[in-house]
Design a protein around this ligand. Structure first.
Ligand SMILES: O=C(O)[C@H](O)[C@@H](O)[C@H](O)[C@H](O)COP(=O)(O)O
Length: 246
């Protein structure tokens, strides 16, 4: 069963997420030299800033020099563009660290080169990924998308992919329109998958995912396929209308 961790504002979700990530870091480093993590864009990055950088009890325990950081999805824009997930992570987290992790952004030299180049950016990114990521940190959009796996017929080629680990997502309903995204095979191989979702704008989405098990939403597919290694960190606002008990 999927694990749901629900917090009020006073209970400080970013801190609790920080503790969870620390545990995953320690578990990974028992057996390996590096902790392999992949992160999404959106509001998650600010939660990471609060939980891993600003939190004075968590921050000293993060062994950044042992982290490899990848992106579960990335917008096909230059790395210094404000829409870039790498850029958002750099501004919110990397620029505040004295010890840096190894970070694996996309090759942005091809961002203006059109469709064929976008396939190349995706396949090159696939080459960069390790065989197994220890932890995926994901967001969930109002339409139930996660990474850049969007719902609907036009994007079902992404959620249905069984072989490629990274794909070009075209015509994204959330701008910018061209992105790369990891696929389900990467999730299948991952050690743990953790969603972070906050705010009342996600209530309807949470109801669809947790009560109705609406697998037209990619996030609900992830729950269904990988349930026992999936955790959700949610606030009480996002979960207000969910009736299923966890
Ligand atoms: O690059 C992206 O757009 C993100 O990776 C995307 O998948 C995000 O995680 C969700 O849209 C949720 O974003 P919010 O948490 O900001 O709603």
């Amino acid at each position: 069963m999927v694990n749901v961790h629900k917090y009020t504002i006073e209970e400080n979700l970013p801190h609790k997420l920080g503790e969870y990530i620390l545990q995953k870091q320690e578990d990974a480093l028992k057996n390996a030299k590096f902790f392999n993590v992949a992160i999404s864009g959106g509001s998650l990055i600010n939660v990471l800033e609060k939980g891993l950088v600003d939190d004075s009890t968590i921050a000293p325990k993060i062994k950044w020099d042992k982290w490899n950081v990848y992106f579960v999805d990335e917008r096909i824009v230059p790395l210094d563009h404000r829409d870039s997930n790498y850029c958002a992570f750099k501004d919110a987290v990397l620029d505040k660290l004295s010890v840096l992790p190894r970070v694996y952004p996309i090759d942005d030299s091809l961002v203006d080169a059109g469709a064929e180049a976008y396939e190349k950016i995706a396949s090159e990114y696939e080459e960069l990924l390790p065989n197994k990521l220890d932890l995926l940190l994901l967001g969930c959009g109002p339409d139930g998308h996660t990474c850049s796996l969007f719902p609907g017929d036009h994007h079902k080629y992404l959620i249905q992919e069984k072989v490629k680990k990274v794909m070009w997502c075209r015509d994204s309903p959330k701008p910018p329109s061209d992105r790369i995204t990891i696929t389900l095979p990467v999730m299948e191989d991952a050690g743990a998958i953790c969603f972070v979702t906050m705010g009342s704008s996600k209530q309807e989405t949470m109801h669809h995912i947790f009560d109705l098990k609406d697998t037209s939403m990619p996030s609900a597919v992830v729950n269904e396929l990988f349930d026992n290694k999936v955790s959700w960190f949610v606030d009480d606002l996002a979960f207000e209308t969910v009736t299923t008990k966890f």
